[in-house]
Structures are given as structure tokens and as C-alpha cells.
Write a protein that binds this ligand. Structure first.
Ligand SMILES: [Zn+2]
Length: 280
């Protein structure tokens, strides 16, 4: 037992992966505008998620390119097209990126209202009975508001490990060939995943802080089983920038001020994250 603990600590301290996760820095960021093309995403009264995610992504990319030295931005799309999730992962993995940021707009289920209209008489088993009549109105609108950051839950870590071993450009140069059946490799992969997880939480927390400072409702950093994040071999976050079926948030997200502020919040989060992981 003791031996294994020692072995683990030894591997942890001297593993090149540990050094890599802690000190690789942030040089390439993939920005993924959610949905696109035939997939409009969530809809509001007058706008579609796919257009807002693209507008925010392009603004975010421009901020990064203008303000962060030696950081390259790679987009999964810059126009109104729909790359499949597989294609988005391929772009990120081939670029050997350090971070994956997926931009989305939230939508919540509306409410159903039943308004009493009176009674009507129907025939039931040859008897006439009175039954109430309601008018049913579905409200698409919501009062839910605010932003949240979603990160990959640990229950999807297996898929992440697969993505890492099949897209090992990122990893192989540091540790040599990966063999998932080798216990040592398994430990290294586990450490790597932990670092991803930790980095994703760190970035998510910074982004949410920035949104809070702007006065947006803080819905927190949540672990989810996200297909969009599970296939890329790097830390990643999915940012839900507001509710499209909340009329005032839809208005805000369609305004220049709103788009700029949202991009700025995410950018400030990325900048703080970069400073933190490159501190040493
Ligand atoms: Zn979406």
C-alpha cells in the first residue's frame, strides 16, 4: 500500500504531464460559436441563438487577438454554417489548442396558463353534465435570467480520455506513446484529466465573476455531461450568455452594448485565467 502511494507521489511530482498541465500556458484558443446554419438553436421573439453565438464569438476573438500577445484564436465557424460536433472536435484537436470555449445562449421552458372560461354541457353516459372550460395559453417567455458556465462532468471523463489518446499530438510529445492499458499511463491520464477539470473550473469561475461584476445574475459553474466538450483533448468551458426567451435579456443580447459586454466578460475571464496558469 505504502509503495503505491510513494509511486503515485513520485509519478505526480516528476511526471512531465504535471509540468505540462501546470506550465504549458495559453497559446491557442478555440472559440466555438454554438449551432449555425440549419441548426438555429434556441429562439426568442425576434432572434436566434446561432446569430448571437457567432456575434459574441467574433467579438471575443477580436478582443483576444488585440490584447493577448502570442495567443492564436481558432474559430470553429466564422459564418452561418453548421459544423458537426465531431468536426468542431477535429478542429480543436488538430490545432493542438490549449483551451476550448463554446458560446451558447440559454432558453428555459415557458409556462402554461389555464384561464377559466365558464362551463359547457356535454353528454356523458346519456346524462347531461356540466364541465369547466379553460383557455390554455403557452407562454414561451421566461423570467429566468443570467449566465452560467458549464464544464465537463467527471462521468464523461472516459470519452475525454479516448479523445486524448486518439488525438495525442498534445500529449505524446511530452510523454511519448500512450498506451491506455499501461497502468502508469492510466495514472498520467487521470492526472491530466484532473488538471483539465481544475483549469476548466478556474476559467469558469473567473468568467462568472466578470459577469457578476457587470450586474448579471450568477447561475454558477456547473458540471454537465456535455457532448460538445467531451471530444476535445484540452480544458474547456461552455458559456451560456443569457436567456433568449427572457424578453429583456433577448433585447440586451441583441444590442451592441450587450454583445460587447458579454464578450468583454469572457475575455477578462480568459485573461485572468492565462495570468494564473502562467504564474510560475
Ligand atoms: Zn445552444
Amino acid at each position: 500500500m505504502k509503495f503505491y502511494i510513494k509511486l503515485f507521489l513520485f509519478l505526480f511530482a516528476f511526471s512531465p504531464i504535471f509540468a505540462l498541465a501546470a506550465g504549458k500556458g495559453l497559446h491557442k484558443i478555440v472559440i466555438d460559436a454554438g449551432h449555425g446554419g440549419s441548426d438555429a438553436g434556441a429562439g426568442g421573439k425576434f432572434s436566434h441563438e446561432k446569430d448571437l453565438t457567432l456575434a459574441i464569438s467574433l467579438r471575443l476573438g477580436a478582443l483576444i487577438e488585440r490584447n493577448l500577445k502570442n495567443v492564436e484564436v481558432i474559430y470553429t465557424r466564422t459564418t452561418d454554417i453548421y459544423p458537426s460536433l465531431k468536426e468542431r472536435h477535429r478542429i480543436a484537436n488538430q490545432a493542438n489548442a490549449d483551451l476550448f470555449i463554446s458560446i451558447h445562449i440559454n432558453s428555459s421552458r415557458g409556462t402554461t396558463e389555464r384561464i377559466f372560461q365558464g362551463y359547457k354541457t356535454i353528454k356523458k353516459k346519456k346524462k347531461r353534465v356540466q364541465v369547466p372550460v379553460y383557455k390554455v395559453i403557452h407562454h414561451h417567455e421566461t423570467t429566468a435570467s443570467g449566465t452560467e458556465v458549464q464544464i465537463l462532468g467527471l462521468h464523461r471523463a472516459g470519452q475525454k480520455a479516448t479523445a486524448m489518446t486518439s488525438n495525442t499530438d498534445n500529449v505524446e510529445e511530452e510523454v511519448g506513446m500512450l498506451d491506455v492499458n499501461d497502468p502508469q499511463t492510466a495514472i498520467i491520464i487521470a492526472q491530466y484529466l484532473q488538471a483539465f477539470q481544475g483549469n476548466s473550473v478556474l476559467l469558469g469561475t473567473y468568467i462568472q465573476q466578470e459577469f457578476s461584476t457587470q450586474g448579471r445574475t450568477d447561475r454558477g459553474v456547473k458540471q454537465m455531461g456535455l457532448e460538445v466538450l467531451a471530444g476535445s483533448a484540452m480544458p474547456g468551458v461552455l458559456v451560456e450568455c443569457g436567456f433568449i426567451n427572457n424578453p429583456s435579456e433577448e433585447e440586451y443580447m441583441n444590442s451592441e452594448v450587450g454583445l460587447d459586454e458579454i464578450a468583454r466578460a469572457i475575455f477578462n475571464g480568459v485573461r485572468a485565467y492565462k495570468a494564473e496558469i502562467e504564474k510560475n
